[in-house]
Design a protein around this ligand. Structure first.
Ligand code: UPG
Ligand code: MN
Length: 722
């Protein structure tokens, strides 16, 4: 129960009784539908009936599995509120724990260094005792330009932090702030100029590919860059640079600045580096040799702070003695800036990032989603924080002994033979290291909290062309399968009921890629049968018809209601369900195949970093809400084929129904299905046949996808033509 002194409260969704009652009714319908399919399969068989019933049964089984497991996420969703004002009144800032902020970047060309530095500035300016903040940036790109951007940003911080605090600025990422607000007083103009100059310098360096002596501001800095010359990003020793030291560096008003430390861990072609999880583990260790803050905030390079009070919100939970012993992390939702009106690529990922976490929050906690998450260091480094790495009492950050230790723990030779990545730190073995890590922590008995304040605490970037989105989702799909098939954790969620519910949630999310099975089967099979007038579903005048109508409309209806209840719009929901189909046919299909190949050791894919930059023309198309195909991607071949098959079967199916007695009655479900898919495919037809801009489907892809559609029609002919 919330009292007026509690720092937080939680409320179970009022929809719970309704959800459970509906689940009961729906489960009867699912069983009836499965029974009907099974009966069809067991009836006297012909080649035709088997080649139809078997795939449809498989599709329905997967749908039933996904539906059943999803009910756990609807079982007990909660909404939390937190009260940072009460916290600020009753806890002395002197008692606030130190926070170590980890910012990961991996490629200066896909992740512009100045934006990364802007993210860092936004957290440096938190409303929090500045001498208790330490920023660690992990540069997996091993780029001197990123280091340069951070050197410049550290100098800029001397002006930026007092400016933000004195003027009560809320958006403290200079990039985001200057993007969204124009004009203003002379002080603001001065800072904007400074920022612009700095940005141009960094961009010059990026174009040249090195930091020239004309750009650096002191001999000391020039010396630093000398050490980098000729080092490839995949083969270099660890490089750690203390850029700001809170014990001596101050802003222009004389206030302390936070610690800022640049880290590029050692990379050798012969040592696995475990992508982002490896980077985060290095930061965990490096930070424990330096500031050793008990709280850790992990951020992707694009996730800037949009509310300087988020650390206080996290403290509302971490300082609650009833929660804190088991509390591993407080996850804020991933929310994005710059989406177009209807979010055509459904990059909000509402279900994954806001609806599901609320569902899990009622069952022990949401999963970790990689960014915007405050951890307790204890949960990552085992119980009572590994003191062996902690700095000596008075060792300054840049003392030789501290730096030696820091370099040592950032080297390739440190981890082998230790428990890092297996039972401590961020866990290895999945491309979705975030989901994997959260899963293990929860299995070990740690709890988590989903903190969703009205004002987004952090904002990030999304991929803005279709191929990037689909590649990103393919990586997620492979990563989730890797979690699903990773070494099973013992479920220790208290009661049997809790274990069952949490287990179902994980089963649902980890097997997310299995959506490809029903989506692909329902995307082609009934349509091909339609062309030959072969009904696969009950006719409208058959009472069984209502079973399918009920299943279809309540599924989509409930999805829509939940989407709207989570502040969605109709337009965005339409995009969301369309992308579910598109991703199922591409990312999940290819991802599933890739996962199987990887399992057999045939191929392995790394972490393809999503690009955070866009060409002008592409931006314009995105703003207008036009799909961007443009590249010759195998994903698009499948999309072109499904679009073609559905359109042709719709046309041929109508012709067939018109010439058959009672044709529309018999074929209604299949006609509806192909019309529905065709409506969803509208942007694909445009891209294939109507557009002439750069974002249209490349001619080659159109031709190959038409050929694939032709091939599928031949298969349909072989199966369905009597
Ligand atoms: O070897 C690597 C690869 C990536 N990154 C960083 O990881 C972050 C996420 O990469 P991004 O390409 O933006 O991936 P997304 O798919 O957009 O990210 C989502 O999915 C990832 C897991 O697949 C999570 O780690 C992210 O937090 C989550 O936002 C970025 O800051 C990268 O710089 C590294 O530090 N080292
Ligand atoms: Mn990202």
């Amino acid at each position: 129960m919330a009292t007026h002194t509690a720092f937080h409260s939680a409320q179970v969704s009022r929809l719970v009784p309704f959800n459970r009652a509906h689940a009961l009714l729906y489960s009867v319908a699912v069983l009836a539908a499965l029974h009907r399919r099974l009966a069809a399969l067991l009836a006297p068989a012909t080649l035709l009936s088997i080649s139809v019933s078997l795939p449809l049964l498989l599709a329905d089984l997967v749908l039933a599995f996904m539906w059943l497991t999803y009910q756990a996420l609807r079982w007990c969703p909660v909404r939390r509120r937190d009260f940072p004002d009460r916290l600020a009144l009753s806890v002395d800032p002197k008692d606030f724990p130190a926070i170590d902020v980890f910012i990961c970047t991996a490629d200066p060309h896909r992740e512009p260094p100045m934006s990364v530095a802007s993210t860092a500035l936004s957290v440096m300016a938190f409303d929090y005792p500045t001498d208790r903040i330490s920023i660690y940036v992990s540069d997996d790109g091993g780029s001197e330009i990123t280091l340069f951007a951070f050197m410049e940003a550290s100098r800029f911080a001397r002006y930026w932090l007092p400016f933000c605090k004195e003027n009560g600025i809320v958006v403290r990422s200079p990039e985001a702030y200057f993007r969204s607000s124009n004009g203003g007083d002379s002080e603001k103009m001065k800072l904007q100029m400074m920022y612009q100059t700095m940005k141009e310098k960094v961009e010059t360096a990026l174009e040249r590919g090195y930091v020239g002596n004309d750009l650096v501001s002191s001999q000391e800095e020039a010396e630093v860059f000398k050490r980098w010359k000729g080092l490839p990003s995949h083969d270099h020793p660890s490089m750690i640079q203390v850029l700001l030291d809170t014990s001596k560096d101050t802003d222009i008003m004389g206030n302390a600045l936070p610690n800022v430390i640049y880290v590029s861990r050692e990379k050798r072609p012969t040592s696995p580096h475990h992508f982002k999880a490896g980077a985060l583990n290095v930061l965990t260790r490096v930070s424990s040799t330096m500031s050793n803050g008990p709280m850790i905030l992990t951020l992707d390079c694009d996730t800037y702070s949009n509310d300087p009070r988020s650390p206080l919100r996290a403290l509302c939970y971490f300082l609650d003695p009833a929660l804190s012993p088991d509390l591993a992390f407080v996850q804020f939702p991933q929310i994005f800036q710059g989406l177009n009106k209807n979010d055509i690529y459904a990059c909000e990922v509402k279900r994954l990032y806001t609806i599901n976490p609320r569902g899990k929050d009622g069952l022990g906690g949401p999963n970790y989603v990689g960014t915007a998450c405050y951890f307790s260091r204890r949960s990552l480094q085992g119980t009572p924080s590994s003191t062996s790495l902690a700095p000596g009492a008075n060792d300054p950050l840049s003392s030789e002994s501290v730096l030696r230790k820091a370099h040592e723990v950032a080297s390739c030779t440190y981890e082998p033979g230790t428990k890092w990545g297996s039972s401590i730190g961020f866990r290895y073995g999945s491309l979705s290291e975030d989901y994997h890590t959260g899963y293990h922590l929860q299995c070990e008995g740690w709890k988590s909290v989903f903190c969703y304040p009205a004002r987004p605490a952090f904002l990030g970037d999304v991929p803005k062309n279709l191929n990037d989105v689909l590649s990103q989702r393919k990586r997620w799909c492979v990563g989730l399968f890797e979690v699903a098939f990773s070494k099973c954790c013992p479920l220790t969620f208290g009661t049997v009921k809790a274990s069952l519910l949490v287990g179902l949630c994980y089963a649902h999310e980890a097997f997310w890629g299995s959506w490809c099975i029903p989506i692909t089967i329902y995307g082609f099979l009934p349509q091909l049968a339609l062309i030959y007038g072969i009904p696969l579903f009950p006719k409208v005048s058959d009472p069984w018809f209502y079973l399918y109508a009920y299943l279809f409309f309540t599924t989509y209806g409930q999805d829509l209601l939940e989407f709207l209840a989570a502040d969605g719009t109709m337009g965005r929901w339409w995009s969301d369900q369309r992308m579910w189909m598109i991703i199922g046919l591409t990312s999940y299909l290819f991802g599933t195949v890739q996962f199987v190949l990887k399992k057999f050791g045939i191929s392995a894919q790394g972490f393809n970093v999503t690009s955070k930059v866009m060409e002008d023309e592409q931006s314009k198309r995105y703003e207008k809400g036009t799909f961007d195909f443009g590249v010759e991607s195998p994903f698009f071949v499948v999309l072109g084929a499904v679009a073609t098959v559905n359109l042709s079967s719709l046309v041929l199916g109508i012709a067939r129904a018109a010439t058959m007695e009672g044709g529309f009655d018999e074929l209604f479900v299949q006609l509806f299905l192909s019309a529905f898919v065709t409506a969803n495919c509208w942007p694909i037809y445009e891209a294939m046949f109507l557009r002439s801009d750069e974002g249209k489907l490349p001619r080659n892809v159109t031709v190959i996808s038409l050929a694939l559609a032709g091939f599928l029609h031949c298969i349909g002919y072989l199966i369905f033509h009597n």
